[in-house]
Design a protein around this ligand. Structure first.
Ligand code: SF4
Length: 351
């Protein structure tokens, strides 16, 4: 037996088997220059992934992991991984006593809105989001007063307080469908100014007459890409396909071959034949595709979200062992019910 972790002891054989399980996945991660995944590095994290997986059973917990968190979380301990929409569905269906949300705080709040009976835990309370933190409920109430006839639509990257003020919530996978279906001509879309620009263009392409007004938030990852990188890379790598997220600027999305949600981008790359892809999004998504479609080749271009990278195996283990009060998501019931209305309306309109 090896003395390995705080609560559990695992045999050398268990650790070796776990290291091999991890390596079979992580060996394909190439874009991650922060780690070099080999049998030794997998052996070094195996006791921790074994302990977390044992703790999940003991505490009746599930781990939801956003595609942007570190690959050892996604492939080592997560029960579900995906984009905001997929994870909201998983949170809604979760029957566990505890949900550990490895992502950022607004996502854990969304899980709490959908699964009030569960104890929802965030590994690091500081894992905010530049978009969600750009607008308060009070600021949105002022905007609503300025646009009284508008349908109020919030991107899922918003706080529970903001969701509670909205008519409908959207994700990047259903935003165009829902905005197009709303009866109001004027749409107050918050908090992403760049996604609002992309909605305006998409509605025009679809021949749908909408007036889109927005607040001034941006994602600090997706608003950083340089359009010159696209033209230079296309010259160097003929046949390159450029894939981007609607949180990017119009300079980027208008030059991309595909623009879509995290889930949409994964599907596009998996089903498209091309010699190279460049993903203008968070690097975690590239790492996921590298693992799931190792035959695809990527040109570097992605960026890291500092908030998503606050998640770690150690913090997940500690939160499962004994969460600190600030790691547990608490929402006032009246606020939760108001926020739930906007999310339920999204599920109805998206299906
Ligand atoms: S990638 Fe952007 S939108 Fe996503 S959590 Fe990070 S800052 Fe927020």
């Amino acid at each position: 037996m090896s003395p390995t972790t705080l609560e559990y002891r695992f045999t050398d054989v268990e650790i070796e088997n776990e290291a091999e399980r991890l390596l079979a996945k992580l060996m394909h991660v190439e874009c991650d220059s922060r780690h070099s995944w080999n049998l030794d590095t997998c052996r070094s994290i195996a006791p921790l992934t074994l302990e977390i997986n044992a703790l999940k059973k003991a505490k009746d917990a599930v781990i939801l992991a956003h595609s942007y968190v570190e690959p050892e979380i996604i492939y080592g301990v997560a029960d579900f991984s995906g984009d905001s929409y997929m994870l909201s569905m998983n949170a809604k269906e979760a029957k566990a006593d505890r949900i550990v949300f490895s992502g950022v705080v607004f996502m854990a709040e969304t899980a709490k809105i959908l699964s009030p009976q569960a104890e929802v835990i965030v590994p690091d309370r500081r894992s905010g989001c530049s978009l969600a933190d750009s607008l308060t409920g009070e600021q949105l109430r002022e905007l609503k007063a300025a646009y009284p006839d508008a349908a109020v639509v919030c991107y899922i990257n918003s706080t529970a307080e903001v969701k509670a003020e909205c008519d409908v919530c959207v994700t990047s996978s259903n935003v165009y469908k829902i905005v197009a279906a709303l009866p109001q001509k004027q749409i107050l879309f918050v908090p992403d100014r760049l996604m609002a620009d992309n909605i305006r263009v998409e509605m025009k392409k679809l021949g749908i007459d909408k007036e889109i007004v927005s607040s001034d938030g941006t994602c600090i990852v997706h608003d950083q890409f340089d359009p010159n990188l696209i033209s230079e890379s296309r010259e160097k790598f003929p046949g390159l396909k450029v894939v981007s997220h609607p949180e990017c600027t119009m300079d980027i999305t208008s030059e991309s071959d595909y623009v879509g949600s995290t889930g949409g981008m994964m599907q596009y790359v998996k089903k498209t034949e091309a010699p190279y892809f460049m993903m203008l999004t968070e690097c975690g998504l590239v790492e996921r595709i590298e693992v799931e479609s190792p035959e695809k080749r990527f040109i570097s271009g992605c960026k890291l979200c500092p908030f998503m990278k606050m998640n770690s195996l150690e913090k997940i283990r500690d939160a499962l062992l004994e969460p600190k009060p600030d790691q547990i998501i608490e929402l006032e019931e009246s606020l939760r019910l108001k926020a739930l209305r906007s999310i339920d309306r999204m599920f109805e309109m998206a299906e």
